[in-house]
Design a protein around this ligand. Structure first.
Ligand code: NAG
Ligand code: NAG
Length: 165
């Protein structure tokens, strides 16, 4: 193999490495996205968490009221206990947000009834509205464009009269 061929190969190898190392479109800096979200309502940032920091409880069965220890967090010592899960979307800023999930209590827990359940009132989720940025995958001057959008995520669970009943 002549010197020119070796040179050609090197150039080809280097260029394919270049394409991988420098994708045509890049993510905007975190500070740019934060600034953009601030122009709407930045409350989503309050519920933004690092992925992997929350995991659901080992059981989501509806707990009996008298079995919940007094030291339990407020979210578990209620008539409609709930816990937090992560809601993740790679095409969204912030990527991971906290979302409430009710324990599997259809009817509210109540110690006024022998079976420990209220016969009529049911557990339901309360939604929280927040602004986020959605990645459009359109490239503008080498950077992905993001557009604002409103989403609803559950913030807790409460006991209420079932509206459809
Ligand atoms: C395009 O990006 C470059 C480098 O980030 C920047 O210097 C330039 O001002 C940008 N142009 C426009 C029109 O936004
Ligand atoms: C996360 O939240 C979005 C916006 O409310 C919703 O559309 C989506 O289904 C949720 N993802 C999961 C895995 O629950």
């Amino acid at each position: 193999m002549g010197f020119l061929n070796i040179l050609r190969c090197t150039v080809v190898l280097l260029c394919s490495w270049c394409v991988i190392a420098n994708p045509v479109c890049q993510e905007p800096a975190d500070s740019v996205l934060r600034q953009m979200l601030n122009e709407y309502s930045p409350n989503a940032l309050d519920y933004s968490v690092t992925s992997g920091s929350y995991s659901p409880p080992t059981t989501t069965d509806c707990p009996a009221l008298n079995l919940v220890p007094a030291s339990a967090p407020q979210s578990e010592g209620t008539t409609c206990p709930w816990y937090n899960i992560e809601n993740t979307s790679v095409a969204r800023y912030p990527t991971t947000l906290l979302e409430a999930q009710c324990y599997d209590c259809t009817n509210c827990i109540s110690d006024m009834f022998s079976d420990g359940k209220h016969p009529v009132y049911r557990c339901e989720r309360v939604m929280r509205r927040m602004w986020v940025l959605h990645k459009t995958y359109e490239c503008n001057n080498g950077t992905y464009e993001y557009s604002p959008a409103e989403i609803y995520l559950a913030q807790n669970c409460v006991c209420g009269r079932n509206r459809s009943a």
